[in-house]
Design a protein around this ligand. Structure first.
Ligand SMILES: NC(=O)c1ccc[n+]([C@@H]2O[C@H](COP(=O)([O-])OP(=O)(O)OC[C@H]3O[C@@H](n4cnc5c(N)ncnc54)[C@H](OP(=O)(O)O)[C@@H]3O)[C@@H](O)[C@H]2O)c1
Length: 206
């Protein structure tokens, strides 16, 4: 399944949501971006992000076939409460941390994406784009002769492929690290992949 060319919804229009919008534009995707205060509040954000970006409601964003979640952990229930899902791919870029100290929130042994999966029943969840800062996500992923690594995890192979395809088109080197339990744990706040900005350099024979 290829979703190339289809609009991407982004729920959360702060630092990470805007960086995600830049990434989607690098992959030549139109973007519908939403926050809690409505599209009128996003005029200056949309103007600054440039062509291909429109503001919408969270419902508008959630109607896209691929939707990124970029809201603070404390807002995740509120942001998702009124939305319904029917096979959309949801890219969970959240971290279960307290703001501003970034201490991990205890989750009773679950990964954050397992909790998000329960909140987006009917969607196909992929964890990605949460392991480095918004500044890094928004920048050109072609670095030092290589491509920045983007880890993806999830339980739906087709959804992971579609998300990997998006990041690949944006210039990233996507790596599938498994399902939401194993891969999601590695990507989680405090996990072994959290905070690393890795660049994949091609081997000499490539
Ligand atoms: N910033 C980073 O470097 C970074 C890196 C990796 C992962 N993350 C993760 O990305 C997520 C967002 O972080 P951020 O730094 O981008 O936060 P942020 O700059 O504070 O932006 C948060 C955005 O979420 C929106 N929002 C809050 N509640 C909402 C709701 N109920 N419905 C719709 N939108 C809502 C806010 O809209 P309003 O302003 O209208 O309330 C705002 O646009 C967090 O889970 C964070 O852990 C961030």
């Amino acid at each position: 399944m290829s979703l190339m060319g289809e609009p991407m919804g982004i729920i959360g229009a702060g630092r990470l949501g805007q960086a995600f919008a830049r990434t989607a534009r690098r992959a030549d995707r139109p973007v519908v971006i939403a926050n809690s205060r409505g599209p009128e509040s996003l005029t200056s954000v949309v103007d600054a992000l440039g062509a291909g970006i429109t503001a919408g409601t969270t419902r508008d964003a959630a109607l896209c076939s691929i939707v990124a979640l970029a809201v603070p952990w404390a807002s995740i229930h509120g942001a998702l409460a009124e939305l319904s899902w029917s096979d959309q791919i949801v890219v969970d870029a959240t971290n279960a941390v307290r703001i501003p100290g970034l201490e991990p929130v205890p989750l009773g042994g679950l990964t954050s994406s397992e909790i998000v999966a329960q909140l987006v029943r009917g969607a196909r969840l992929v964890k990605a784009a949460n392991t480095f800062s918004a500044d890094v996500l928004g920048a050109d992923p072609r670095e030092a002769g290589g491509r920045r690594v983007m880890f993806v995890s999830g339980d739906d192979a087709e959804a992971k492929r579609a998300v990997a395809e998006l990041f690949d088109a944006a210039g990233y080197f996507p790596i599938d690290i498994g399902d939401l339990v194993a891969g999601g744990a590695m990507q989680s706040a405090g996990g072994p992949l959290a905070g690393h900005d890795l660049v994949r350099i091609p081997a000499p024979w490539e």
